[in-house]
Design a protein around this ligand. Structure first.
Ligand SMILES: Cc1cc2nc3c(=O)[nH]c(=O)nc-3n(C[C@H](O)[C@H](O)[C@H](O)COP(=O)(O)O)c2cc1C
Length: 192
């Protein structure tokens, strides 16, 4: 039986993004349970409803990658106490055109990190609200990670043992959710 395929989306377009490093470490933690593929969002044009009739090539690619994924892992920073614009733009393209919502019925796990004490919690909460409205099936629990220099070590692993254990539990629960849902016919989940 092939492993489920996860689309990994990072809510940052910064070259040295700490969230991209965290996303790669999470993919490594779950490497025996799923195949993770990073999906680019930094090349998507600004959403414009005028372009829905003739979708830009980057958007077609993005929506194809989502369609092929059994689940979505979103790792995001917080910008001004909310969802970074680059990520919200990707969410909007994924949701459109009407009737072609790429998110509906997809299991999703949302996490993220920031140097602040609440570790991107408000951005994650805003994103959860949006993704539920779009019909994703969210992994329960809360994974707000305060960034520390050893969060991801030089080998790309979670550096701190208690954080690694905390995230390993989430990765396992999410892999189990994706595995169960990917065994079901998709039509039963994609009501939106
Ligand atoms: C425009 C902007 C707004 C930010 N707003 C917040 C914020 O609301 N809360 C927070 O914890 N950090 C905030 N930060 C700091 C980010 O957490 C920090 O830059 C982090 O490295 C971003 O993640 P990244 O490295 O994955 O891009 C902000 C940074 C920028 C550039």
């Amino acid at each position: 039986m092939p492993k489920p395929c996860l689309a990994v989306i990072v809510g940052s377009n910064r070259r040295e993004s700490i969230n991209r490093k965290l996303a790669q470490a999470l993919a490594k933690l779950g490497a025996d349970k799923f195949d993770a593929k990073t999906v680019r969002i930094d090349d998507l044009p600004m959403y414009n409803q005028d372009n829905e009739g003739n979708l830009p090539a980057e958007v077609v690619r993005f929506k194809d990658e989502l369609a092929r994924a059994d689940g979505v892992l979103i790792v995001t920073p917080e910008h001004d106490r909310s969802i970074p614009a680059v990520l919200k733009n990707a969410v909007d393209w994924g949701a459109r055109p009407w009737g072609k919502n790429s998110w509906a019925g997809k299991p999703a796990f949302i996490t993220g990190t920031s140097p602040g004490a609440i570790g991107s919690a408000i951005a994650q909460q805003h994103l959860r609200s949006v993704m539920v409205s779009l019909g994703t099936i969210l992994q329960g629990g809360e994974a707000y990670i305060t960034f520390k220099p050893n969060l991801v070590d030089s080998e790309g692993n979670i550096g701190d043992e208690s954080t690694r254990k905390f995230l390993q539990d989430f990765v396992e629960q999410f892999a189990s959710l994706v595995g169960r849902l990917s065994a079901e016919p998709k039509a039963e989940r994609s009501a939106a």
